[in-house]
Design a binder for this molecule. Structure first.
Ligand code: ATP
Ligand code: LTN
Length: 334
């Protein structure tokens, strides 16, 4: 990514709040690899966001490195795209403060992620959890991003980001690019294996998810135990058959076989066959990623150097926006 290229900018982030799941991969990382060549991309490990929920420091550190290596192992190129830790670029927190002053309590109170996480962590409803979307808006607006690929659960956060950008621009024209979300329908929401009415989340119990680093036998066991239903019919119907539809969605996306072709081919067969085929395509997808991951993690110096260099590249871009914002707002700059 250089100053002179004309490609539009793509920004996305994933929290190092646990082991990266198949839901994160299908809903976001895989789409990053499909879009990378057409955009100047930034892929952030949003470690400051992860602090909105209590983290064990040693585990957070190890999850951060894991996520960085997985970004690269999935095929993203850290010499082209900027792969970096959010906390290494202080301008995120600085712009978040400014944008806090352009965001209303009422609109933050309506965010469903805030309501869900407040319920889940009722002993720690901190102000960071409440202002989480403002930091996310800062992430995106700092780099003048045009496109933000995310899963369906982030749609509302993209809407508030656009509202904040437009509100700011109305007072100070031309400061921010108003970003577009990219939420492909087929990959928008991978569901939990044990409670298929809920999305798969990396901070949920182990049985409910496939981790990107699960060994083949673990993937096979988890998929064999995935909750389905009792009518025995292989049909794509997320409303009435969430478990079966989730397996079909995973299989279709990863194999490239269309949903129509897949349901026709499997119709009349048992759920055992569906689970087995899904497990095999997941194993085949994960194997090369895991091999690259192991190689990257064996070279800690390379990982550290890559993250350091990329944070410097991100800072350069971030500073340009922040200076403009400070100047427009009338903060005295000697
Ligand atoms: P946590 O459980 O800590 O909230 P998470 O698993 O929901 O984490 P995030 O880091 O919040 O993951 O999300 C990273 C990206 O992955 C986001 O773009 C999000 O929309 C996407 N994503 C997360 N879970 C899924 C899912 N089950 N299906 C599709 N996309 C998902
Ligand atoms: N909020 C997102 C993670 C995230 C993000 C971002 C995604 C933080 N900053 C900027 C896209 C762009 C989540 O919880 N999945």
């Amino acid at each position: 990514m250089s100053d002179t290229t004309r490609k539009p900018v793509l920004f996305s982030g994933i929290q190092p709040s646990g082991h990266i799941t198949l839901g994160n991969f299908i809903g976001s990382m895989r789409n990053f690899t499909l879009l990378e060549k057409d955009y100047d991309c930034l892929f952030s490990i949003v470690d400051l966001h992860a602090l909105t929920v209590r983290q064990n420091p040693a585990v957070l550190r190890s999850n951060t490195l894991e996520l960085a290596a997985l970004y690269i192992a999935c095929g993203l190129n850290p010499e082209e795209s900027i792969i970096y830790c959010q906390s290494h670029v202080p301008q995120h927190a600085e712009l978040a403060w400014i944008l806090n002053c352009f965001t209303y309590m009422g609109e933050l109170g309506r965010m469903t992620q805030f309501k869900d996480k407040s319920r889940k962590h009722s002993d720690n409803i901190n102000a960071g959890l409440f202002t989480y979307p403002v930091l996310m808006a800062a992430d995106i607006l700092l780099y003048q991003a045009n496109l933000v690929p995310v899963g369906a659960d982030q749609k509302q956060h993209l809407e508030i980001t656009r509202d904040i950008a437009q509100r700011f621009n109305a007072l100070h024209p031309g400061v921010f690019v108003v970003p577009e979300p990219h939420i492909p329908k087929e990959t928008a929401k991978i569901m939990s294996l044990t409670e298929p009415e809920k999305k798969m989340s990396k901070s949920d119990p182990e049985d409910s998810l496939v981790s990107m680093l699960d060994k083949p036998e673990v993937v096979r066991r988890k998929l064999r135990r995935a909750v389905t239903d009792s009518d025995g019919e292989i049909r794509f119907d997320p409303e009435n058959k969430p478990g079966v539809s989730n397996l079909l969605a995973i299989l279709s996306v990863l194999s490239g076989e269309s949903m129509d072709a897949l349901t026709t081919r499997l119709s009349g067969q048992g759920y055992g066959k569906l689970k087995e085929e899904t497990a095999e395509v997941v194993v085949a997808t994960l194997e090369p990623i895991q091999a690259r991951y192991q190689a990257l993690m064996a070279d800690k110096a390379y990982m550290a150097d890559t993250l350091k260099r990329n944070a410097e590249r991100a800072q350069y871009l971030a500073l340009r926006t922040l200076r403009k914002v400070y100047k427009k707002l009338g903060l005295y700059q000697p």
